[in-house]
Ligand binder design. Structure first.
Ligand SMILES: [Zn+2]
Ligand SMILES: [Zn+2]
Length: 497
C-alpha cells in the first residue's frame, strides 16, 4: 500500500511544501557540518518529544472505561513551531485532546504521535485539515499485540477492526499519514551522550560531591532509562513487529534492508532519549528543584517529577542547538484555569526554543567562535539568540497576569535574558544556577541572583528544610515509579559511600 506511507529513509523530510525559505534547509538536518556538532533534525526532535510526552507523569492512571487504547503522546507543530505538547488523559486520547484544545487552528498543522492514532482520532484530525500526521512505528494506540495469540480475545478483535478502519481513512485522506524517522548522523549518539554527561545538572552534583563518580551515576541512569523506554516503545520480537507493521499498512518496512534499518533507527532514537533523560537523574530524595527563599504568597511548586519532565523537554530541545559549544533549551508552561481534559492536567504549553542564529541564516554567515577568537567583533555572542529569547519570541499563547507561567531552562539565564523573563510575566523559573554570579568573557550571569520578582527553583541537594517545607510528592505512574524506587536506592548508596 502506498509508497507514500513510508517517507523513510529520506534525507530531507523537512523539504515539505510549507518551508517558505529554502535557505533554511541547510541547518535543518542531522548532517554534521564541519566544525559544528551534529544537530537533531526537527522531525526527530518532534518524534522524541512525542515519545517523552507519552511518559508525562499523571495524577491518575489513564484507565478509560470500555476503551482499549493505551497512553499516547502528541506534538502539534505549525510552520515548524511547536503549538502544543499533549498526552492522553482519563477521558480523551491525545488526538482528541488536540481537537478540543486547538480546534480550527489544527488546519495546516503537522502532528507527531507516539503511537499510530486510532480511527476515532484520525477521522477528526483529517476533518480538521491537518497537513501531516507522523507516528512512531511501534504498537498502535489500540495495541495490536495484546491478546494476539487468542483469536477470541475481544481486545484484539477491536484492534484489528480499528486498524482496518484507520487504513481506510488513511487511503482516502488528503493529509499525509506517515512515519518520519530520519537517519541519525553517526556522531549524533556520541555527541548527545557527551553533552548529557557534561550538562549543568550533573555538573552541579559533581561540584557538590567531589569524590562521586558522576559518569557512573549517568551510566546507571542511562541503563535504567534504556530498559524502560525499550520496553515501552520497542517491539523486541521481530515477528511481532512485522505483524504490527503489516496491520498498520507499513508492509514496505517489512522487507530487508528496510526492516533492520527501521529497527536500528528506532533503537538509536530511544538511546538518545535515554541519554537526555539521564542528564537530570532521578535522585528524588537527594536532588530536586527547590527555592532558597520562603514560598510566601507565590504559587506552590510543581511536583518534582513534573518539573523534571519539563526540564527534560528543554534538554531535548537543546539537541537542536546551533551553538557549536553549548546547547540550551527552554520551555514555558502555564497553569490554566480550564478543565483537565489534557493528560498534562491544567498545564498548557506557552512556548519553547533553543539557542540558534537568526531564523533563515546559513552556517558560516555569522561568527561561530567564542572567547578563543581574539577579536571580540568576531565572536558569536552578539548573534546567537538564546533559548529563552526564542521561547518568548515564538510563543503560541499569551502570558496571562492571573496564571502561573513557568520557565524551564537548562542553563542559568544570563544578564541579557533576565530582564526579559522578569518583564514577560513569568512567575516561576526552574533551572540550575551553576553559572550564577559568574562572568564568562562576553556573557555574564550577575543579574539572575537579584531577580526577586520571579520565584526561582534551583536544582540542588535537598536539605532538611526542604523536606519539611515543600516536599512536593511525585505523581509518576507505572514503569517510572518502579524505577524511581530502584534508582533511589542506588543513589542513597552512591551518595553516601
Ligand atoms: Zn485515538
Ligand atoms: Zn541568555
Amino acid at each position: 500500500m502506498a509508497a507514500s506511507d513510508s517517507r523513510w529513509p529520506c534525507r530531507d523530510g523537512e523539504g515539505n511544501r510549507s518551508i517558505p525559505n529554502v535557505r533554511e534547509t541547510g541547518v535543518q538536518t542531522d548532517a554534521k557540518v564541519q566544525g559544528q556538532e551534529p544537530r537533531l533534525s526537527k522531525s526527530n526532535l518532534f518524534t522524541l518529544l512525542s515519545l517523552w510526552m507519552e511518559l508525562f507523569p499523571k495524577k491518575e492512571a489513564c484507565q478509560r472505561e470500555n476503551d482499549p487504547a493505551g497512553d499516547s503522546g502528541l506534538v502539534v507543530v505549525h510552520e515548524h513551531r511547536v503549538l502544543g505538547l499533549h498526552c492522553s488523559s482519563v477521558q480523551l486520547h491525545a488526538g482528541q485532546v488536540a481537537v478540543v484544545k486547538h480546534g480550527p487552528r489544527l488546519k495546516g498543522c503537522d502532528l507527531y504521535f507516539s503511537r499510530k492514532p486510532c480511527s476515532t482520532c484520525l477521522k477528526m484530525l483529517i476533518n480538521a485539515g491537518v497537513n501531516r500526521i507522523s507516528y512512531w512505528p511501534g504498537d498502535a494506540e489500540i495495541g495490536l499485540l495484546s491478546g494476539r495469540r487468542d483469536p477470541a480475545d475481544s481486545g484484539h478483535q477491536e484492534a484489528l477492526l480499528d486498524a482496518t478502519a484507520a487504513e481506510r481513512l488513511k487511503s482516502n485522506s488528503r493529509p499525509h499519514i506517515c512515519v518520519l524517522l530520519q537517519p541519525l548522523d553517526s556522531t549524533m549518539l556520541q555527541s548527545v551522550d557527551q553533552t548529557s554527561q557534561t550538562c549543568d545538572f550533573l555538573g552541579k552534583i559533581a561540584a557538590d560531591n567531589p569524590t562521586l563518580d558522576v559518569a557512573d551515576v549517568f551510566r546507571k541512569e542511562w541503563w535504567n532509562n534504556s530498559g524502560d523506554f525499550l520496553e515501552k516503545f520497542f517491539i523486541n520480537d521481530e515477528e511481532q513487529h512485522m505483524y504490527v507493521l503489516n496491520k498498520m499498512g507499513l508492509e514496505n518496512f517489512c522487507v530487508e534492508p528496510n526492516f533492520s534499518n527501521l529497527r536500528q533507527h528506532m533503537r538509536n532514537l530511544i538511546r538518545i532519549l535515554a541519554s537526555v533523560a539521564a542528564s537530570v537523574p532521578v535522585l528524588q530524595d537527594e536532588y530536586g528543584f527547590f527555592t532558597r527563599e520562603p514560598l510566601g504568597t507565590g504559587s506552590p511548586a510543581l511536583p518534582q517529577d513534573v518539573i523534571r519532565h519539563c526540564v527534560i523537554q528543554a534538554r531535548l530541545l537543546a539537541c537542536r542547538t546551533e551553538d557549536p559549544k553549548v546547547g540550551v533549551g527552554a520551555v514555558i508552561w502555564a497553569e490554566g484555569k480550564q478543565s483537565q481534559c489534557d493528560g498534562t492536567g491544567r498545564l498548557y504549553l506557552v512556548g519553547c526554543g533553543y539557542n540558534a542564529y537568526p531564523v533563515g541564516s546559513q552556517y558560516a554567515e555569522y561568527p561561530q567562535m567564542d572567547h578563543k577568537q581574539k577579536e571580540r567583533q568576531n565572536r558569536k555572542y552578539r548573534y546567537i539568540l538564546h533559548a529563552e529569547q526564542n521561547a518568548l519570541t515564538f510563543r503560541s499563547a499569551e502570558i496571562k497576569e492571573d496564571e502561573n507561567t513557568m520557565l524551564f531552562v537548562t542553563k542559568c539565564p544570563c544578564d541579557e535574558c533576565v530582564p526579559l523573563i522578569g518583564c514577560a510575566g513569568i512567575k516561576q523559573i526552574y533551572t540550575t544556577d551553576l553559572d550564577s554570579n559568574k562572568v564568562k568573557h562576553d556573557i555574564s550571569y550577575l543579574r539572575f541572583d537579584k531577580l526577586n520578582s520571579v520565584q526561582r527553583f534551583i536544582w540542588q541537594q535537598k536539605s532538611a528544610r526542604h523536606t519539611s517545607e515543600q516536599a512536593a510528592l511525585p505523581t509518576a505512574n507505572g514503569c517510572m515509579k518502579r524505577r524511581d524506587k530502584e534508582t533511589h536506592f542506588q543513589c542513597n548508596k552512591r551518595l553516601r559511600s
